[in-house]
Design a protein. Structure first.
Length: 180
């Protein structure tokens, strides 16, 4: 597996941290295709240590980001997240390959690692219907705040397209607009 390490906010990456990362992420190699590449980014903001790992696959991207008080504990946590994502993806491929032969080749590209975890079945237990009234993004943010939600779906009055506003971790807001 090839690794690319990046440090942000003047974070110096030590050889010990690189070795520990390669040891931890190396445990995932049995689940990943040969020649996989891992992009690892470390950053420190005050007392928050953040590790981001991105592993591009053929048709997917495995990505996890963990913030902790210690860089090594963040690294331990991120491996758990990535392992669960990869096992879930492989289980879905296996289920699809049983129904459609075109997925068999993609499944064969991944190692024969242990699938100790079974994929949890996705159950949609609630279905909501509502009308989308035209409004601008600022109005949508006000509606979202009044409802106490973390996101709000609305029809943009200027473009007549469905948009989503959401509250970000840092307290600001984001807007998702579709691209056609």
């Amino acid at each position: 597996m090839k690794y690319t390490f990046t440090g942000r906010n003047n974070f110096n990456i030590t050889d010990e941290l690189k070795e520990r990362t390669q040891l931890k992420v190396g445990k995932l190699e049995k689940l990943l295709p040969e020649g996989a590449e891992a992009f690892v980014t470390y950053s420190v903001n005050k007392s928050h240590h953040r590790v981001e790992v991105t592993i591009p696959l053929k048709k997917r991207i495995l990505r996890a980001e963990v913030t902790s008080n210690d860089m090594y504990s963040a690294l331990d946590d991120i491996i758990d997240v990535l392992e669960k994502q990869m096992i879930k993806y492989k289980n879905r491929l296996r289920d699809r390959s049983r129904r459609d032969a075109s997925y068999t080749e993609e499944l064969g590209a991944y190692g024969n690692g242990s699938d100790a975890y079974e994929e949890s079945v996705i159950v949609i237990d609630r279905n909501k219907h509502f009308s989308l009234k035209p409004m601008d993004a600022e109005e949508a943010v006000m509606e979202m705040e009044m409802l106490g939600h973390s996101f709000y779906v609305f029809r943009n009055g200027a473009t007549d397209l469905v948009n989503v506003v959401y509250k970000r971790e840092n307290g600001t807001y984001g807007l998702i607009e579709p691209e056609y």
